[in-house]
Design a protein around this ligand. Sequence first.
Ligand code: ADP
Ligand code: MG
Length: 528
Amino acid sequence: MEPVRFEDLGIDDRILRAVTEMGFEEATPIQARAIPEVMTGQDIIGQAQTGTGKTASFGIPMLQMMDPKDKHVQAIVLCPTRELAIQSAEEIRKLAKFLHGIKVLPIYGGQDIVKQIRSLKGGVQVLIGTPGRVMDHMRRHTIKLDNLKMVVLDEADEMLNMGFREDIETILSQTPEERQTLLFSATMPQPIMEIARTYQKDAKIVKVVKKELTVANIEQYYYEVRPKNKEEILSRLLDIYNPALSIVFCNTKKQVDELVEGLKGRGYFAEGLHGDMKQQQRDRVMNGFRNGRTEILVATDVAARGIDVDDVDAVFNYDLPQDDEYYVHRIGRTGRAGKTGKAFTFITGREFYKLKDIQRYCRTKIMAKQVPSLNDVANVKADKIFEKVTGMIDEENLKPYIRMIEEKLEKDDYTTLDLAAAFLKMALGDDSGEKCVEVDDFGDTGAEDGMVRLFINIGKSQKARPGDILGAIAGETGIAGSLIGTIDMYDKYTFVEVPREYAKEVLVAMSSAKIKGRSINIEPANRK
Ligand code: ADP
Ligand code: MG
């Protein structure tokens, strides 16, 4: 929604002055939509979250209706607690600062009723109070409601929660039929709708519900990646952070389908959700996600709109959202109900600038992160296995197994360390076992400290340039180009230095890569 200026809402100049003095620059969404509706005189139901400025939404049009010459009560605002009554009264008094002859009075239980009666006698047009005390005054005839034009049920859900339903009904049934009745609430449970049906006339619903615009509980990171590496890097992040439930957002249905297939192929419990699916299919997917059978939901923005799952641990922006506001909607799926969540965003190339816009729009900081290497993944996996294993050692009876191992050791010439290492490799899965490298695998390749020198059988005579080598390695592995070291290029071959912890990964990834359209051979350099 475009920003709306108070000047454009047809508000009395004196109230505008007050609003400016209060420091309000523009109307909040609920104010922008509710104020014009209330000014037409019709009943409305206003729903917006706490802190969105609901008081002024009814306070401004209410004040505009007040006749300063009439000293009777013209408007009543019912609030659930004395604190809220005092707060609202203060806000409305400020709005009424330049309206001479308009009096605003809070009344609530616990305050001396005699004093209240004296204040009321001085003439009060706007009465703001808790239902019990308002009823009290009605019984004592210390307030007259013949000239009442408006009743507001403020924070209506809270009032019902506190058991004020009967009091509210008593009050409403004793006020003039032709009154305007407004109801404001953060939520709209069934009992509120019933009150609305009974005591309002064709109430118009004005609803502004934003999925939490606050992103305070969410750790946000971004990764610079190449498009074709996204799936691999997503897999690594899933392995490292191991979220129980996560949502991956894509911009197109096609991408959703492709990614789901890819993730399933890698053994993840993933399902897709997009607009082309039948309701029945969508229900099946959502049920699976709700009960945890599906751990990863891959969705488009539109399809995700109705998702109401609260325990999402991580959100991945596989594609950068097309709209800044979507970013907030997407990551707002995690970090709910006081928990912390994580949001990971992939960006490619020039999307860096779009990411800056998003940060500005959302007033949030998204931190850069280095793509995790396969080694990082293997280490995290190994840690988890060790954790499990130590638990077993402490708590379970391992005697029969110890005997089996002793027998094995007697027969063959292995050490317990050999066996443990083999079991760990097996537990890590063949794949990561293969890629999980010991740093000293390569010996001395003549590279700088911390680097490994690799040999590639392509060079200047094949018209390769250092940029091609750098691009291929960065592209195949997702390692930042800046981490790649010296590239020495000769006619028929090239030496390139890469960080030791990434060396094995580079070898694995590059073994099937092409440079300048040619398959290549890559291996650790021999120290001459
Ligand atoms: P709600 O009733 O929706 O919980 P309030 O009416 O109590 O919200 O307003 C919350 C706070 O926001 C108050 O401090 C109020 O002064 C302030 N506020 C209201 N409208 C605006 C506005 N248009 N611009 C800036 N601040 C506003
Ligand atoms: Mg309020």
